[in-house]
Design a protein around this ligand. Structure first.
Ligand code: SAM
Ligand code: DTB
Ligand code: SF4
Length: 372
């Protein structure tokens, strides 16, 4: 037997019959999944896969509860990286014509966070088109974390690569999640980005993990990668010391003028059902993680999104805009949640590692380091 799950046929992008008559033939709680197991899960009949994913989901999370985040771009465009899907890369700017913007003022970010909270989000995610934050950016992002946490929101940032020291500074300020995606398999990665290596991404994730910040790391489905690449990406998550607490499964938003957007526009998009399969396999293999519907929802029907929640997704981005592209509309999402009977989760921000303390008698200011 190849692993905890036995299969009789190799995995490819077709509906290969497997040894399992139903999903219930597969052990429900293996300690881990081998690459062969992951491939076997992808090969299950769709209804068996969905049933299993929803069953696993309900063993680890309250049914019908979803975590809601709002995204804001705090520094847009002209990024030195060459990610082949991204509107913000300076390498594609002549073709995408994206208008670059400087860092957003702190008061504007706070105003957006207040609006996000008022509309029902529990987490505010701030993204910057940087290779990595510079030392002069650090006080700015630390201030944003403190201000947004002060509103009672969870905070998430995605700022590119981080050194161990930068991750520690963000952790001390109380950052709840850091998003840094592997995006795809190690072998397809070279078709996607050339200016940042796969190992550099894993290093940043290790620094985030080490600092005590929750790890958010996901992928993009539909960039021309094969099912084997999607299997390898899930396998990469399981090779980490601990899977990410949050896993965004983005569906490529094909942006004209980006190399991968143009390729998909010319060659055709992947079936949405394959994205749903990826969500379901991710849910089964990482049962305690939040699996997030990220980019790509704008183009989906209510029924397709309902299947994604059935597949075990329990988190999504709310608000009419993602970073530079449109999102499913806020009014449409409110209606969808009512129709599906989904309820929002409350925020549970983590305490900052370091708290300012003022002695009531002397007025002396010091810092208190909190235990994890
Ligand atoms: N610059 C930072 C970085 O790359 O780490 C943060 C921002 S970046 C836009 C965050 C993630 O958004 C990317 O890693 C990618 O997975 C996703 N993303 C960007 N453009 C996308 C697109 N057109 N379609 C789907 N996902 C996309
Ligand atoms: C993630 O995995 N998806 C979000 C978030 N992390 C930062 C970003 C999606 C970006 C979609 C394209 C855009 O709006 O520019
Ligand atoms: Fe820059 Fe992030 Fe876009 Fe890559 S994905 S080009 S790092 S903003």
């Amino acid at each position: 037997m190849a692993g905890l799950l036995s299969i009789t046929e190799p995995s490819d992008n077709t509906q290969t019959p497997t040894a399992f008559a139903t999903a219930s033939d597969i052990p429900m709680t293996p300690t881990t999944y081998s690459r062969e197991d992951i491939a076997a899960l992808f090969d299950l009949p769709l209804m068996d896969l969905l049933l299993r994913a929803q069953t696993v989901h309900r063993e680890h999370f309250a049914a019908n509860e979803v975590q809601i985040s709002t995204l804001l771009s705090i520094k847009t465009g002209n990024c030195p990286e060459d990610c082949g899907y991204c509107s913000q890369s300076g390498h594609h700017r002549d073709k995408t014509k994206l208008q670059a913007e400087k860092r957003l003022a702190v008061d504007k970010v706070i105003a957006a966070a207040k609006r996000a909270k008022a509309s029902g989000s529990s987490r505010f995610c701030m993204g910057a088109a940087w290779k990595h934050p510079s030392e002069k950016d650090m006080p700015y992002v630390v201030e944003l974390i403190k201000e947004v946490k002060g509103l009672g929101l969870e905070t998430c940032m995605t700022l590119g690569m981080l050194s161990p020291n930068q991750a520690e500074q963000l952790s001390e300020a109380g950052l709840d999640y850091y998003n840094h995606n592997l995006d795809t398999s190690r072998s397809y990665y070279e078709q996607v980005v050339s200016t940042r290596t796969y190992d550099e991404r894993l290093d940043t994730l290790a620094h985030v993990r080490q600092s005590g910040i929750n790890v958010c790391s996901g992928n993009i489905v539909g960039m021309g990668e094969s099912r084997d690449d999607r299997i390898d990406w899930v396998h990469e998550l399981l090779k980490m010391p601990k899977p990410p607490e949050s896993i965004p499964v983005n569906l490529l938003v094909p942006i004209a003028g980006t190399p991968l957007g143009d390729k998909v526009i010319a060659e055709g998009e992947l079936s949405v059902l394959e994205w749903i399969r990826t969500i379901a396999v991710t849910r089964i293999c990482c049962p305690s993680s939040y699996v997030r519907l990220s980019a790509g929802r704008e183009s989906l029907s209510d029924a397709e999104q309902a299947l994604a929640f059935m597949a075990g997704a329990n988190s999504f981005f709310y608000g009419d805009k993602l970073l530079t592209t449109g999102n499913a509309s806020q009014s449409g999402d409110q209606r969808l949640m009512r129709t599906l009977g989904l309820t929002p989760m409350y925020a549970k921000p983590r305490a900052p590692k370091v708290l300012p303390v003022v002695d009531a008698i002397s007025g002396h200011e010091s810092q208190m380091v909190l235990a994890e």
